[in-house]
Design a protein around this ligand. Structure first.
Ligand code: GTP
Ligand code: MG
Length: 215
């Protein structure tokens, strides 16, 4: 039943609601939230635009370090589902000062650890790079128990993105390699979705995962 609905996800309303630089500037945790995490330039904001069916609601750039605060979007689907999407700043790579990087890290970790309304984290990996040290650290961090009381544990969804950059024949083995690396990194029964913000591949699968996590 849920699967059938998920294959037809239409976003009827998507809006930017807030940009937060620390826990205190976040809106009250009144709606289910799904956060998107991954290194700088991996394609978080682009993926969000594809999921929300909006061309440039979340700002994207060729230059790593584009998203510098926790950007919060509210999304309403045609079947009445409402939720928030959280666009996190990327880590690593960005040409920022050490202090700024440390501040981001603290902000992101604090959000992921303490946010009571957080239901799922979508962790993005570039399909061409696979799981490297940064990704391993993120995955390990996400697997830690959280202090907030929860009905169920945080859902972690892995996405291998930019699959359009590979030839059709190279895609499947590359996605499989990322999956094996995630399993080796300790993600139990790693769920992995191949995605492209350019072609929209993987969008319905990812929506299905997100819905299952928030409903
Ligand atoms: P930060 O905000 O700096 O952390 O980056 P981000 O993870 O939000 O990345 P962003 O969405 O800004 O994308 C970075 C670059 O990758 C942009 O030039 C995008 O156009 C490109 N990009 C993102 N997703 C895809 C994809 O699926 N396919 C291709 N070909 N390019 C992509
Ligand atoms: Mg971004």
């Amino acid at each position: 039943m849920r699967e059938a609905q998920a294959s037809e996800v239409r976003v009827i309303d998507a809006a930017f609601v807030a940009g937060a630089v620390d826990d205190a500037s976040l809106p009250p945790p009144t709606m289910a939230e799904v956060a998107f995490a991954g290194r700088s330039n991996v394609g978080k904001s682009s993926l969000l635009n594809a999921m929300m069916q909006r061309k440039s609601l979340a700002r994207t750039s060729n230059t790593p370090g584009c998203t510098r605060q926790i950007n919060i979007f509210e999304v309403r689907c045609s079947d009445g589902l409402s939720l928030r999407f959280i666009d996190l700043p990327g880590y690593g790579w960005a040409r920022r000062s050490k202090d700024e990087r440390a501040h981001w890290q603290k902000m992101i970790e604090s959000y992921l650890t303490h946010r009571a309304s957080l239901r799922a984290v979508v962790a993005l990996v570039d399909v061409r790079r696979g799981v490297e040290e940064e990704e391993r650290q993120l995955i390990e961090f996400l697997a830690l128990p959280r202090p907030v009381s929860e009905r169920r544990p945080l859902e972690i969804v892995l996405v291998a993105t930019k699959i359009d950059k590979l030839s059709a024949s190279a895609r499947k083995p590359a996605v499989e390699r990322v999956k094996q690396a995630a399993l080796a990194g300790g993600i139990q029964g790693a769920k992995l979705i191949g995605f492209s913000a350019v072609t929209g591949a993987g969008r319905e699968d990812l929506w299905a995962r997100i819905r299952a996590a928030v409903l």
